[in-house]
Every structure is written in structure tokens, then in C-alpha cells.
Design a protein around this ligand. Sequence first.
Ligand code: SAH
Ligand code: CA
Length: 283
Amino acid sequence: MVCVVGAPNFAAALMVAYKRPPLRCILQPKKHLAFSPRMMNLQSNASDEVEGSPWDHKGLLQSKELYQYVLETSVYPREPAPLKEIRAITENHPDFYMGATPDSGQLIAMLLNLMNAKNTIELGVFTGYSLLLTALTIPDDGKILAIDPDRQSYEMGLPVIEKAGVEHKIDFKSSPALPVLDKLLEDKKNKGSFDFAFVDADKTSYGIYHERLMQLVKVGGLIVYDNTLWYATLVMPEESVDELMRPDRSFLLEFNKFLAADTRIQISQVTVGDGMTICRRLF
Ligand code: SAH
Ligand code: CA
């Protein structure tokens, strides 16, 4: 079965996956949440919250209070207003749960600043949280090649990007990522031309993106893969994971091993958001 990220039944599959053992299924009425789901981009239309699901507002952490603490103490006070606006808009999207979380965004901005990134590429834009974050962080003459076949979701966040005055840094391509990467590689001068890549598109293609990005990103540059811990399903027995989530789960189990063994890169698996793997090209 092919798993299409963003398909309406994918959200249902997540709910089902988290209702099964071994993760305990503890239904908690929303009114018992200690903070407003509207502050997050993880709000659900469902009447119940399921512990361990993307709707329970704690990411991969063990308690939602701790996640709330991190967000309220260190993230929200420094989150630029346009990013808050994109999160608010994304709450109305049927696939709201796909939006990047603000704690992940804060780390990405730190990485971009540390390396003085100027020329970046993003695979998987959705409503544009990570894209706008990048655009706000890189210098005024910086560039982001942003690729996603879903122009409609990009256009939901576009007015905020325009209002923030950073649209001139963005080259949005409404296309699957692979043909664009292959086209870039036809021209030798694109090789090693990117400082930073953020990969948040279809998970089962991460391996083929990796080989292309290893050529397009400069030596010393970063490739960051999002969702590498896949809603914690990597450590659940396969039979307890909904069939819709299994292809990505199986792929990521192999991909994480592959990255760990890839001597061309230095890696760091971080547990913010849904897990991100930071890869630095060594040669
Ligand atoms: N980075 C985004 C979240 C991306 S969600 C944020 O900050 O909110 C995943 C996105 O990957 C979806 O918008 C989906 O349309 C896109 N996607 C799916 N298949 C793709 C492909 N083959 N190439 C590029 N993008 C793809
Ligand atoms: Ca993601």
C-alpha cells in the first residue's frame, strides 16, 4: 500500500495507531488540557485527545507540561509574529498536523545563523512555516528554492510571507522534488551551491533525495531531515502500527541506520518536534 502524506485518512491512521497497544490509549477530553491548543499547530478537530498522538501537544517529550514549559519559556516569547500568524492559518488546514513545530523552527534558525546560510533549498513547504522562518533568518540577498507539488497550501501562507517582506528571497516550484533536483544536477555549477537543505517532503523518498543533496549542498553544508522519529512508531511493534503508517515507518528505520553508517556526513539525531536528523557534509 502506498502511503500518501496528507491524505485525509492519514490523520485517521495516526489516531488508530495511537489507540493500539503498546502505547497506552488514554483518552483525555480537550477541556482538561492545561493550555490552549490554539497556541499550537497541533490542534485537532476531534473531541478527544489521545496520549502519544500528534494531538496531545507534547511532541516526543514525556509530558505535555514539559513541552508547554519549553514553548512558553523559550520559544513563543521569541517567535516572530509572522510565524505565529502562519501557525494560526495552518490550524484551519485539514492536514494541520503536518506543519513544522515552533521548537523545531527555533533550532533551524539557530543552524542557519551559525553557518551564515545564504543559499538554501527546501523540499516540502506545506503552508510555509519553515519556509518563512528561513526567509526571515537568511540575509536580504539570500535565496530559498522551495519545492512542493501542493501550491494551494503554499498560497494559504503566502499573504503572510508577502506582508513580512521576504517573498523576494523565495523561488517556489510547484512540483515533486525529484525532477527539480535532477534538473539542477544537469548544470555543474549547481553542485555544492547550497549551504543548507531542509527535507520535509515524502518520507520514503528521503534516500533518493539524500544522494542528490549530497551533490548539491557544499562540503561543510547541512542537510536536515524532518520527522525521522515518525510519531514514535519506530519503536512500536509493526502490527500495532496502522497499515497506512507502515511504509514510512519501515523506510525511516532503514534510513536512520543508513545515515548512521554514511561516512560522508557527521550526524546528530535531535528529538525536537517529530525528530530531526542534522547531517553535515564532510567531503
Ligand atoms: N515544512 C512544512 C511541512 C511540510 S509537510 C512546514 O514547515 O510546515 C509535507 C509536505 O511535503 C506537504 O506539503 C506535501 O505536499 C509535500 N510533498 C509530498 N510529496 C512531495 C514531493 N514528492 N516533493 C516535494 N514535496 C512533497
Ligand atoms: Ca515535518
